[in-house]
Design a protein around this ligand. Structure first.
Ligand SMILES: Nc1ncnc2c1ncn2[C@@H]1O[C@H](COP(=O)(O)OP(=O)(O)OP(=O)(O)O)[C@@H](O)[C@H]1O
Ligand SMILES: [Mg+2]
Length: 229
């Protein structure tokens, strides 16, 4: 599904500093992988590179056998659902319904199906009551769930979720984890929420200063407070 080989990324090509250095990883079909690491470790940078927002300095990215380059970017973007770390970077239509419907409308999905899919996803995420609310008047957690709905409604084959439980209360995080577990899609999820990661993910990767570490993240006590459920 996803194959990354020797990926390095720099924010400033003129500088020595790499935000990611020589990262290789893969995510298989249907697999849910957690990407853990301290603040500034490079988790969001990796996800931004995977959707072609940040260009690699070195290395390759393949999604479903397609190499991420200019020619394949539109096709790859259709396969990936990306939820930004900050929901304000994602939501831009006036109401929740309009925002969720924007993506499917863009791809010519019939209106009746858009309404049906939107209602379904709102129900699953427990936010049906937000359907006609103004996006800019939502709370942080409500915005997070609306942004997730806008991605899930597109039925992508690979979900890249950047700290999906930030701003969420316990119930909403549980609903989200149940919802993601019920999906067939592959997921790469960055998170500081270890109980969420442990309850949902098949495998854990640990980024340390831009490099994948072989260390067991659950023993990185300087970075995490591991809580078992
Ligand atoms: N736009 C930018 N320009 C320059 N450097 C950046 C930029 N965004 C992030 N960085 C740097 O790249 C490194 C990785 O940042 P990144 O946002 O990927 O970390 P993260 O693991 O997602 O952290 P967090 O857990 O806080 O979200 C950090 O040193 C950060 O300061
Ligand atoms: Mg981040």
């Amino acid at each position: 599904m996803l194959c990354v080989e020797h990926l390095s990324v720099k924010y400033n090509p003129a500088e020595e500093h790499y935000a990611l250095r020589d990262v290789s990883l893969s995510v298989q079909d249907g697999e849910r992988v957690a990407l853990l690491g301290a603040n500034g470790a490079g988790k969001s940078t990796l996800l931004l590179a995977l959707v072609g927002i940040l260009p690699p300095a070195e290395g390759t990215i393949q999604v479903d056998g397609l190499t991420l380059d200019k020619a394949h970017l539109p096709e790859i973007r259709q396969k990936i659902g990306f939820v930004f770390q900050n929901p304000d970077d994602q939501l831009f239509m006036p109401t929740v319904f309009q925002d969720i419907a924007f993506g499917p409308r863009n791809y010519g999905v019939p209106e009746a199906e858009i309404t049906q899919r939107t209602n379904e996803i709102l129900e699953i995420l427990g936010i049906s009551a937000l359907k006609d609310r103004m996006v800019h008047k939502l709370s942080g957690g409500e915005k997070r769930l609306a942004a997730l709905a806008g991605v899930l409604v597109m039925q992508p084959t690979l979900l890249l979720l950047d700290e999906p439980t930030s701003f969420l209360d316990f119930q909403a995080a549980k609903r989200l984890s149940d919802c993601l577990r019920a999906l067939k899609q592959s997921c790469l999820i960055t998170t500081h929420d270890l109980p969420f990661a442990k309850s949902l993910c098949d495998r854990f990767l640990f980024l340390d200063h831009g490099e994948l570490s072989a260390a067991d993240p659950f023993h990185q006590s300087h970075c995490f407070c591991a809580i078992s459920r």
